[in-house]
Design a protein around this ligand. Structure first.
Ligand code: IVH
Length: 719
């Protein structure tokens, strides 16, 4: 029995030293002494395997699960934070908060660095860690308990304090990697010829999703707790007290957290942290401000999956300077030539960037980049890199301005210059442009809706044209782009035909027309003889091609790559005509009768179907496919949203914003991205910003993501 007692004491001692080492960064014993304690523990466990429980410090690394992670529904949803880039918006946030809380003018705010890591939820039952879960979509995450257990700063059992453990608590926080650990991790990876991580966030998130906890165990992961989900049987009253109790329990809390007693002091904290950012030992991407009192948080509640009581202020996107090595023109599937700058590879916000689109000739003219110049590149969040400005090289050595080519760089066909027009709606009484449209039809529609006698439309020719290759099917880049679009996920969705494989099948003459893709099964042996193909991959490819031969009508229409026909228009056409042959023979007048199809789009559709090459492609393709026409009842839905004006803002998880828009359009709604007094509903996704305030002020009903699907089925219930 005495033995058992010393074993239990030993476990306590090791936990105590783990806490000192991993959380307080203040070890009190030498590594050698710690190893000795650990060895003693293992000896006890070897002699008495019946004593070993999951909370023993020896049990951090479990065994590899058979298959994928299982999912877990969070007891309480993991919310997102509303974001803002301008720290002065902090005062607007404060005004919103106080407006919603009567009689309160000044408030304490808990200010925290916004950690750039991976969000997790840890479930402790009566002080014992029972589960670790990824954020997932906020409602359901993945059960990564075995990986979480390998993180030394996460206690397997909470330390006893004067505060009794709740029956169950979801501790929310961030798993991250310190900058110095990240450096070492990548140095070791380089040495062992392993994958280099782009940034600490990717490394942390990737490590948490390893199926084998033994691998996670080798990654230097750390953790900070920053909140709670469900908590049964304990009221913390304030965040300040909550963090104090977390620390007593042995949960790591960010040492840079600070209680500000006014909104002005909170802004001071932001400035202070921004100035210290370089010297903070982990990556942060902003500051989070939270109302300190939990009863006030409850009163404020949440909106569109973000709490009204908190806001994140992001630091401005990182800008870096690099050298422009080349500028060339890339040919897209429609033949349009886009200027692209090749850059000396540079890491921007954790991602390596080696090229950057310059979009069009306007942008080229504005920036005037030349080979050898320096360029300032920016990447905000996950968006594509943008060239902010150019720093010209010293005049004597500066390259010459980039001229648009007169021949296609791929097939040498002549380049066509298309001057574009825009249609401006002006208020003739004050000679002021109110709105600009890319087609006369849209401008006319706007005028009809606005119903004001003082408005007029005039055509304005844009100064710079866009340039297009005239080679059509003779240009291999256009052809490659056309097939790559055809097989893409939103189109025919054929797996296994990535760009490289597709290009080589086109170059070797296997694919000249759409139908050739569906005939590839006849060339199994020939395909297997090609580079990059094995027996298995050929079989997989043939399998996915077969699957793709059954296709929804709207996807087929979209996959043809008709100019101006994106997904939304393709859906509208599918619903309206209900059958491919009817669309093919539709007249110009039939087409412009359809919602959101103007004369420009209608003529592109007619042009496409009148083209002899297209007709011959379709003649072989269409009879081969099994086309699923839309259910006639979708058509009757058209009236469901008719007359309703709906704005969408923020990020939607379950479907893309475009999809939500398409559904709404197909059901007769008018969809906008701006809010006005004519807006009936605002669909607010994640990180919805100032539009929420505007909608609230205008009394517009806001639809949160949790309500979205029932809203799409029946908007009446929300009126
Ligand atoms: S509070 C309801 N505090 O940012 C409030 N979140 O956009 C939700 N994050 O997924 C979290 N540092 O994982 C909070 N100090 C901090 C944070 C923080 C990073 C992450 C969090 C969440 C995301 C919200």
């Amino acid at each position: 029995m005495k033995d058992k007692e010393s074993y239990e004491n030993l476990k306590e001692d090791i936990r105590f030293h783990d806490h000192l080492y991993y959380i307080l960064d203040d070890p009190k014993i030498k590594d050698r002494e710690y190893d000795k304690l650990f060895k003693e523990l293992l000896t006890h466990e070897l002699n008495h395997p019946e004593w070993v429980t999951k909370d023993s410090p020896s049990q951090r690394v479990g065994i590899k699960p058979e298959s994928d992670f299982s999912t877990f529904k969070h007891y309480k949803q993991m919310l997102s934070l509303a974001n803002s880039f301008d720290p002065n918006n902090l005062f607007d946030f404060h005004d919103r908060v106080t407006k919603n809380l009567s009689d309160i003018k000044e408030l304490d705010y808990l200010c925290e660095p916004k950690m750039d890591g991976a969000a997790v939820s840890l479930i402790y039952e009566k002080g014992i860690l029972v589960k670790g879960v990824t954020r997932g979509d906020g409602t359901v995450g993945e059960d990564i308990t075995s990986n979480i257990r390998t993180i030394r700063s996460i206690p397997l059992v909470l330390a006893k304090s004067s505060t009794k453990f709740p029956k169950l608590i979801e501790i929310r926080g961030e798993v991250f990697i310190h900058k110095s650990d990240f450096k070492n991790l990548n140095t070791a990876a380089k040495k062992n010829n392993q994958k280099i991580f782009a940034n600490p966030r990717n490394a942390a998130a990737g490590s948490l999703r390893q199926l084998d906890p033994a691998i996670t165990n080798t990654r230097p992961l750390a953790f900070f707790a920053h909140g709670i989900g469900l908590c049964e049987g304990l009221d913390f009253h304030t965040l300040e007290k909550m963090f104090k109790i977390f620390s007593e329990w042995g949960l790591p809390v960010n040492q840079y957290n600070h209680l500000a007693t006014s909104i002005k002091a909170s802004l001071g904290y932001y400035k202070d942290i921004a100035s210290k950012r370089e010297n903070i030992p982990f990556e942060i991407d902003g500051v989070v401000f939270k109302v300190n009192r939990i009863d006030l948080q409850d009163q404020l509640g949440e909106i569109a999956r973000s709490p009204r009581w908190a806001i994140a202020h992001k630091f401005p996107a990182e800008e870096v300077t690099t050298i422009i090595e080349d500028i060339d023109f890339q040919v897209g599937r429609t033949g349009i030539l886009t200027p692209v700058a090749k850059l000396k590879t540079v890491n921007v916000g954790g991602v390596n960037v080696s090229k950057c689109t310059l979009h069009n000739l306007d942008e080229l003219k504005r920036l005037d980049p030349r080979i050898g110049d320096k360029a300032v590149i920016k990447r905000a969040g996950d968006v594509i890199p943008k060239m902010v400005r150019v720093i010209p090289a010293k005049t004597s050595s500066r390259g010459s301005p980039v001229k648009p080519p007169s021949q296609c760089p791929c097939c040498t066909s002549d380049v066509i210059f298309n001057f574009q027009s825009e249609w401006r709606v002006i208020n003739s009484s004050v000679d002021k442009t109110l709105k600009k449209f890319s087609s006369l039809y849209e401008a006319e529609k706007y005028l009809a809706e606005t119903n004001s006698g003082e408005l007029e439309i005039y055509e304005h020719q844009l100064e710079t044209p866009f340039i297009k290759c005239s080679g059509g099917n003779n240009c291999s880049e256009i052809v490659k782009g056309k097939f790559s679009h055809f097989v893409s996920r939103k189109a025919m969705d054929i797996d296994g035909l990535g760009q490289e494989i597709l290009d080589s099948l086109i170059e070797k003459g296997f694919i000249k027309d759409y139908i050739d893709i569906f005939n590839l099964y006849k060339f199994k042996d020939e395909l297997q003889a090609l580079d990059r193909f094995g027996k298995k991959s050929v079989e997989n490819l043939i399998g996915s091609i077969k699957l793709a031969s059954e296709v929804d009508l709207y996807k087929l229409i979209y996959s043809l790559g008709i100019e101006e026909v994106g997904e939304t228009t393709a859906r509208n056409l599918a619903i309206e005509f209900g059958d491919f042959n009817k669309l093919q023979s539709a007249s110009f007048e039939n087409l412009i009768d359809i919602q959101d199809i103007g004369p420009r789009v209608a003529s592109k559709i007619r042009e496409y179907f009148l083209n002899i090459d297209n007709q011959s492609s379709l003649l072989s393709l269409i009879p081969y496919l099994k086309i699923n026409n839309p259910e006639p009842n979708i058509k009757s839905d058209v009236a469901l949203f008719s007359g309703l004006q709906i704005a969408i803002t923020g990020k939607i998880n379950s479907m893309s914003r475009e999809e939500a828009k398409d559904i709404l359009l197909s059901k007769g709604a008018k969809v906008t991205s701006t809010i006005s007094k004519n807006t009936d509903f605002l669909i607010a996704g994640k990180n919805a910003g100032s539009k929420i305030d505007k909608a609230e002020n205008l009394g517009i009903r806001i639809i949160g993501l949790n309500e979205l699907s029932s809203f799409l089925n029946d908007p009446q219930q929300f009126s």
